[in-house]
Ligand binder design. Structure first.
Ligand code: PFF
Length: 447
């Protein structure tokens, strides 16, 4: 298999994995899901799921990746030699990553379009209705959408062709901390708007009667989506982590950063949305129309708006490269296709689907699957079905199929770290996580 690349430093690993986790899932998808699933009730469930299920699953993926040093499919082939069924988890991941990349790039296209609007000072002085109309008009404009989608997928492919360390690490390291600082500034501004309190109450005050099976499964899907789990992405990244790095503390850092960013997004978006009169169920409008309105109210708004959308596009990029890397590492290692060919193939395929996903959101479009727009169908199918089932079988694999000694060796770096924690994690991975995910998947069918 030749020499595999690995991440250059511990900070590089965290930055790359956090780069995969932090993206449009935090700033676009999280508010959409929280808004549509009852606000505070969703938030509480989400936090519990991240800690109880997300963190152990992330550790499992790192363990599987680093132990096998292979791609999402190859990892299961290596750790379960001769098995025909375990690698299916990996195949599901490769397909899932390919599908997510498609609709993810649609939203990333809006982000690039917003950068363009910010540069040209489009937002300045406009009221909410005009900004909303402009957003819809951009989506309805097929060529405009296609150009931004193509630009985003091209950038993703460009970085992937250049390889892991030179590409992924370099970009994540410096830019994510800057995004964090801007988010904190936005929080302060949003909280001082008139009517902000109502938004905060919506986001933080749980109404437990709102917790239904649907809310649980949506929170599970969102947690896995946001943490990049159940998709082979962190198995693939795990395979690039150096032997001396501490997997549990890396996973903890990544989960905390990701959850912090999603929480900040909620603290920014809901107070502002309530203050401007945008419904919490408004979907894409929450991020793409609320935020420009917020910038319009700020001193230096032009500058902040521009930097924010540029950084959001970069955050999306560090996530999309992890998606494309899942597909490309599979194609190069298992099917022996060259890196550049594999990248081109996967990128073009995803682009075709991305265009359809984008067009399915246009006014009056009939591109529907099971009554959902093609975009929503891709989103729901991957997040609430593929990722949750992928995650379920990943923890089952680690707990019931892989040798316990292999888990312990990876988790403790050969007996050097986390000796006590290993038992708790193993117990959760083996018993609690499979049970809890199964129960959540079942309760969604019960009212
Ligand atoms: N976690 C990314 C986000 O929140 O934007 C999206 C994502 C990346 C999902 C990689 C799945 C994945 F494998």
């Amino acid at each position: 298999m030749g020499n595999r690349e690995s991440f250059g430093s511990k900070f590089g690993v965290i930055a790359a994995a956090a780069g995969s986790a932090i993206g449009l899932g935090n700033i676009y998808r999280f508010p959409c899901e929280a808004g549509a699933n009852g606000g505070g009730a969703f938030f509480i469930v989400y936090i519990v799921i991240v800690l109880l299920l997300g963190l152990p699953l992330m550790v499992s993926e790192f363990v599987i990746g680093r132990r096998s040093k292979r791609n999402a499919v190859g990892a299961f082939k290596t750790l379960a030699p001769g098995s025909k069924s375990w690698p299916i988890i990996g195949y599901m991941g490769v397909i899932g990553a390919f599908l997510i990349l498609a609709f993810y790039s649609t939203v990333a296209g809006w982000t690039l379009d917003s950068v363009f609007k910010a540069v040209t000072n489009y937002y300045q002085g406009k009221d909410l209705a005009t900004i909303e109309e402009g957003f819809t008009a951009s989506i309805d404009n097929t060529w405009r959408s296609i150009i931004w989608e193509a630009a985003f997928i091209f950038l993703t492919a460009f970085i992937i062709i250049r390889g892991i360390e030179k590409g992924i690490e370099k970009y994540s390291k410096i830019l994510m901390p800057i995004l964090f600082v801007i988010l904190v500034i936005l929080c302060v501004k949003s909280l001082t708007l008139p009517g902000a309190k109502e938004g905060l109450t919506f986001f933080f005050k749980p109404d437990f009667s709102k917790i239904t099976g649907r809310v649980l499964v949506n929170a599970l899907g969102q947690a896995f989506f946001s943490l990049s789990l159940g998709m082979g992405a962190l198995i693939t990244y795990g395979s690039y982590i150096a032997k001396k790095d501490n997997l549990a503390s890396t996973a903890l850092m990544v989960s905390l950063c990701d959850t912090l960013i999603a929480t900040l997004a909620g603290i920014i978006i809901f107070p502002a949305a309530f203050s401007f009169g945008i419904q919490p169920e408004a979907g894409a409008s929450l991020a793409f129309n609320t935020l420009p309105m917020l910038f319009n109210q700020m001193a230096g708004g032009y500058f902040f708006c521009l930097i924010f959308f540029i950084l959001l596009a970069i955050a999306a990029l560090t996530s999309s490269i992890s998606l494309l890397e899942v597909v490309v590492s599979y194609l190069t290692e298992e099917l022996k296709i060259t890196r550049s060919k594999a990248t081109t193939l996967a990128a073009l395929g995803s682009f075709a689907l991305c265009v359809i996903a984008g067009m399915s959101l246009q006014t009056g479009s009939s591109l529907k699957v099971f009554n959902l727009t093609f975009f929503d169908a891709l989103d729901k199918f991957t997040a609430t079905i593929l990722m949750t089932i992928g995650g379920l079988f990943t923890v089952i694999f680690l707990g019931w199929k892989m040798r316990k000694s292999d888990f312990e060796d990876e988790f403790t770096n050969g007996g050097n770290v986390n000796m006590r924690l290993r038992k708790i994690f193993y117990f959760i991975i083996k018993f609690i996580a499979p049970l809890a995910i199964t129960v959540i998947l079942i309760t969604q069918w019960i009212k």
